[in-house]
Design a protein around this ligand. Structure first.
Ligand code: DX5
Ligand code: ZN
Length: 215
């Protein structure tokens, strides 16, 4: 299986957002990754449904919404009408993950769980059968352009073993500091989808070339 690529629009030019979304779609991306930050769970604020609706209009690829927020359920309600493919929430911020997963699924959206760099994969072992994807953070969430934390490679391998046992259909996505320098290690570790912001949007040869390199 070829690596799937989900460019993060956090590194796009927000003055030319529709153009920058079209560029990654024409450039062969698989998903459009949308980082939603609330200024509470992470020390940064990004975009709400008004802007994401414009992204959805410009996009020919499914949306992958990464919530970095307190009060996940409220944000699921805000973004569900935009019909994203995935909504992922941070396990560190959810008291009732199973209930939230059922809610996301009932809205016809694929539920996914995100783990911060310090959270062990075993924390979600008994949720794996209920979700479609695990998002492993390879930076501390909040900003684009940070350095890749190498221990995520070992974590992806451990998660892969748990997935084989509990739900082989569940995909692994990695987000943060992904580039041509670590893509081969990620592939070997069993990662299915990579998120990349600065590597794609700041690539000297353009977004399509950057996507092709990661694939
Ligand atoms: C960080 C976000 C990432 C970020 C990735 O909190 O979740 O999606 O935009 O950007 P790069 O690829 O530049 O690390
Ligand atoms: Zn993200």
């Amino acid at each position: 299986m070829m690596m799937q690529v989900a460019p993060s629009i956090l590194s796009a030019d927000f003055g030319n957002l529709a153009h920058d979304v079209k560029a990654i779609c024409d450039g062969g991306c698989d998903l459009v990754h949308v980082d939603v930050m609330d200024g509470h769970f992470v020390p940064n604020l990004t975009i709400g449904p008004v802007v994401v609706e414009a992204v959805a209009k410009a996009s020919t690829k499914p949306l992958d919404i990464h919530l970095m927020v307190e009060n996940n359920s409220f944000f699921v309600d805000l973004f569900a009408p935009l019909k994203p493919k995935y909504i992922s929430f941070h396990i560190e911020e959810e008291k009732h993950p199973h209930r939230l997963i059922q809610k996301i699924r009932s809205l016809d959206i694929s539920p996914a769980i995100t783990l911060n760099p310090h959270t062990p994969p075993e924390a979600i072992e008994f949720l794996l059968e209920d979700i479609d994807m695990v998002l492993l953070m390879s930076v501390n969430p909040g900003f684009g352009g940070q350095s890749f934390i190498p221990s995520v490679i070992e974590k992806a391998k451990r998660l892969k073993a748990l997935i084989e046992k509990r739900n082989p259909n569940c995909l692994i996505e990695v987000d943060g500091g992904v580039s041509d320098k670590n893509i081969e290690l990620l592939k070997e570790a069993g990662v299915d989808i990579v998120v990349a912001g600065s590597f794609i949007y700041k690539h000297p040869n353009g977004v399509a070339k950057a996507i092709e390199l990661l694939k």
